[in-house]
Design a protein around this ligand. Structure first.
Ligand code: NAG
Ligand code: NAG
Ligand code: NAG
Length: 837
């Protein structure tokens, strides 16, 4: 069977070669080609490529000790599939470096494979680390939540390439497999067209790039084996904003590559030979086909379009417009003029987008209206690549310290294998497959998403000797798991009342400890409460789907014996509220507060935009923002969450829930819920953080009782500094305070439409942090990878832009790291006893 399909594939290559002017059928042979199956005792063959064993690759790795843990290598399957690469991992507990000698300077792919699962004693789903290559920061505080391959390309101008892994405090870094492979020089040239202002962009050669999306319009997913440069392509269905009015066309054997033009290395014939086409029913139809992608704000993107006219009967019949966001980058585009009047000829064009504060990028094609031709538009393939910012970073606002001194900490790397049980699951989760599945889940709707995990299979972990026969916890890559009731009883000392850490409408929250020492927060629902049951299910559904490092993660649940128990990992530092007032905890610095607000904003932004339908939290408050041992913020408590409006509605009508003092007045008046209700509540949290007082304090004089009203009064009179937390007086730079105050004020606008989106809020808070930091950046010891160096980027984020970006609809799926960053982090919610709803 395998042989047969190989044969077909070869035939197809031959057929397409006959139709080509130039034959590239032998493919590209990379001068530098390092393929490593990390942690593996043996070489692993994937298609025609050999990923060498960890042993053979250890000569590239510096400053580490290796320990080979028990790995059940007898589970190696015989077929060649890149899922094999996920069986083993190398775990870095200290800064570690791979150094590769480079025989030919130029651009190199760096592909990092991650399978966040339980390896030996490590639960890698909570790993958090940074990765840099040369002077580029590729990943910053990265928490791989899903099985994924991160693809970067970096131009290497020296004779070595150093890739550095730095675990975050108290965490580890890991890697399942690594590729460093030469990229043909012609793939990325120095120039592209620039969008708004339209002109020429120069300087692509030395940009580091991260692949955000690589899409085969109208065609199937293509794996590394189908591509001469071992790239993966995904189908376009799930990026389409409107699935009506489009049709897929395929004519792969017709594709030709004229000399001097695109080659199969630019994109294979399986990409050029399929397209998504506008399906017009009559000559007056006029609509666009639009694809939407989630991107990180604050970066420029290289957008590559692949076109090939496989739809026309003769040349000069196909005219259409090509848009990036609202810019018509190729009005009345006539493919014939680009391909010397030959049909079915591969053609591509590159554009660089302007810096934007939006978290979505829309690509559209639509009929030309100026020329009276039958409405038609096509797109065959699309690539979106993130470009490094002025700090050399592809990830957030941090940068690589120019001369990073080796960590004095003892550096340890470990190799561990994965148990047999996981393998069934692993085979299913190559990155393409995973993305496909996740989208499908989103499409199926929320009610289908909480499957008892114990039947799915996954990493098996025994819960201590007592339960080791038969009772295992299986951790699928993106879902929590079902715990046996006895295990929870034991972990909570049989629901010991003295272990209660919180009480909410839903029931009590207990601290729990597993046999292996893992701390938990165990939320036990009151079995009699009907409302509780609905919220129990909502919370499992929500939490199983939403994985993000700034959202609390569910690690399991128990529904035995009519129990409704949710299990989260323990959040060491409790609620944000407890750090602001009333508990005697030490006061947080302004920077810490800003970072917490930024983290929480990221979590909410993800809820609002990460999926097809926006999810509205409905109970944003400082008691629902929890802090881990590093004071990293995570948004908790989805018991009240509701998915947002359908495309044609603008709000969800619902009974008012939420917490007094944080409630959006518009929501209260009209009982209509939008994401902007969360933005309002978040604005109240911002003032709470700044002023360190309760949002409602009846003991104060009348005009001070309600914090939102009180703070707005001072903000509007430009004297906000009069009412800030006394601990912060003199410690906030005026610019930072001004930005922060403006941001909070905008959030509290009376009408939702006037409030910024969470993405805009996030951007502005980051800017407020930079304004605070800019003065403190001269301590070289301290700045590691977290401080800003260099000049501030221009304030493209001002609120003047917010209306356009706020109108961007949530996209169906993302491939950016922040959206997938998961943490099996510790959580407990509803834990403040006095907190009512
Ligand atoms: C593993 O692969 C490397 C590189 O292809 C090769 O030199 C080595 O002999 C292989 N080792 C085994 C045990 O096959
Ligand atoms: C991709 O490659 C695999 C393995 O060679 C092959 O079975 C499959 O048919 C190819 N897919 C396409 C669309 O060419
Ligand atoms: C197509 O999209 C562009 C850019 O968003 C927009 O300006 C244009 O009006 C759209 N055309 C139609 C017919 O919707």
């Amino acid at each position: 069977m395998m042989m047969m399909s190989c044969g077909i594939f070869k035939n197809f290559i031959r057929v397409s070669a006959i139709f080509s002017f130039v034959c590239f059928c032998r493919g590209f042979s990379p001068a530098d080609n390092y393929l490593i199956d990390c942690g593996s005792p043996t070489n692993t063959t994937v298609g025609v490529r050999v990923f060498v064993s960890d042993d053979l690759a250890s000569k590239f790795l510096s400053t580490q000790q290796s320990v080979l843990a028990n790995s059940s290598s007898n589970s190696i399957p015989s077929s060649g599939d890149d899922s094999q690469l996920y069986r083993t991992a190398r775990i870095f507990t200290g800064t570690s470096k791979y150094t590769f000698s480079i025989s030919q300077r130029g651009r190199k792919w760096i592909r990092l494979y991650f399978f966040p699962s339980v390896f030996g004693n490590y639960n890698l789903s909570s790993a958090n680390f940074s990765v840099s290559a040369q002077n580029y920061l590729l990943l910053d505080n990265f928490n791989p939540s899903t099985t994924s391959v991160k693809e970067f390309s970096v131009n290497v101008t020296s004779t070595t390439l150093v890739i550095t892994f730095i675990p975050s405090n108290n965490s580890v870094a890991f890697l399942n497999a690594l590729e460093v492979v030469s990229v043909p020089d012609m793939l990325i040239t120095d120039n592209a067209a620039s969008v708004n202002p339209s002109g020429k962009f120069e300087g692509l050669l030395f940009q580091a790039l991260e692949t955000v999306a690589r899409v085969n319009m109208g065609g199937p997913a293509l794996s590394s084996e189908n591509d001469t440069l071992w790239r993966s392509w995904v189908p376009d269905q799930n990026f389409l904003v409107q699935k009506n009015g489009v049709t897929s066309v395929s004519k792969i054997s017709a594709v030709r590559y004229p000399s001097g033009g695109a080659t199969p290395d630019i994109a294979p014939a399986t990409v050029y030979g399929t397209a998504t086409e506008m399906k017009a029913d009559n000559p007056n139809d006029n609509f666009n086909i639009t694809w939407q992608f989630i991107v990180d704000p604050g970066f420029q993107y290289l957008v590559r379009f692949h076109f090939c006219d496989i739809v026309s009967a003769s040349p000069n019949q196909l005219y259409f417009n090509v848009y990036i966001d609202s810019w018509n980058v190729a009005p009345d585009f006539d493919l014939s003029t680009k391909t010397i009047n030959m049909l079915a000829t591969a053609y591509y064009m590159d554009y660089v987008t302007p810096l934007s504060d939006k978290s979505t990028l829309r690509i559209s094609v639509g009929p030309s209206v100026t020329l009276s031709v039958y409405p038609i538009a096509i797109l065959n393939g699309l690539e979106i690549m993130k470009m490094n910012n002025s700090l050399g970073s592809l990830s957030g606002m941090a940068s690589v310290t120019p001369s990073s001194t080796p960590s004095s900490k003892k550096n340890v790397a470990m190799i561990v294998g994965l148990s047999v049980g996981v393998f069934v699951a692993v085979v299913l989760v190559s990155v393409l497959f995973f993305m496909w599945r996740r989208r499908k889940v989103a499409r199926l709707g929320h009610s289908k998403t909480w499957t008892p995990l114990s039947i799915i299979g996954g990493t098996s972990r025994t819960m201590g000797s007592k339960y080791s026969n038969g009772t295992t916890i299986s951790a699928g890559p993106d879902v929590g798991y079902r715990f046996p009731f006895v295990a929870i009883q034991e972990a909570t000392n049989n629901f010991d009342e003295s272990w209660v850490i919180g009480v909410g409408g839903f029931g009590k929250v207990y601290k729990g400890i597993l046999n292996d020492g893992t701390k938990l927060a165990v939320k036990r629902g009151n079995p009699l409460s009907q409302q509780g049951l609905a919220e129990f299910q909502t919370e499992i559904e929500m939490l199983s789907q939403f994985r993000h490092r700034h959202l609390v993660s569910l690690i399991g649940y128990c529904d035995e014996k009519n129990e409704m128990i949710l299990i989260y990992e323990y959040m060491e530092n409790g609620t944000l509220k407890s750090h602001l007032y009333g508990s005697g905890l030490p006061s947080l610095s302004w920077k810490e507060r800003l970072e917490i607000c930024i983290g929480a904003a990221r979590g909410l932004h993800y809820l609002h935009t990460g999926y097809a339908k926006a999810v509205i939290h409905r109970d944003v408050k400082s008691a629902n923002i929890l802090l881990d041992e590093n004071l990293m913020a995570k948004v908790a408590d989805f018991g009240l969450s509701k998915t947002g409006p359908e495309i044609d509605q603008t709000h969800v009508s619902t009974a008012v829930k939420g917490s007094f003092g944080y409630l959006d007045p518009e929501y209260f008046r009209r009982q209509q819920l939008t994401e902007k209700s969360d933005v309002y509540s978040f604005g109240v949290v911002l003032f709470e953080v700044l002023c360190a007082r309760p949002v409602i304090d009846p003991s104060l004089p009348r005009e001070k009782v309600n914090l939102a009203e009180w703070a707005m009064k001072w903000q509007k009179s430009g004297q906000l500094e009069q009412i800030i937390d006394p601990n912060l007086v003199g410690k906030i730079r005026p610019d930072s305070l001004r930005k922060f105050g403006e941001t909070a004020e905008k959030c509290l606008a009376d009408y939702g439409v006037d409030r910024p989106s969470m993405g805009d809020v996030l951007w502005n808070l980051e800017y407020a942090l930079q304004l605070q930091e800019v003065v403190l950046q001269n301590d070289p010891e301290e700045n590691s990878t977290n401080n800003i160096i260099g000049d501030l980027p221009p304030p493209v984020n001002d609120f003047d832009h917010t209306n356009t970006s706020a109108s961007a609809a949530p996209a169906e799926m993302s491939s950016v790291d922040d959206l997938s960053g998961v943490s099996m982090s510790r959580v407990f919610s509803q834990l403040v006893k006095s907190e009512g709803r």
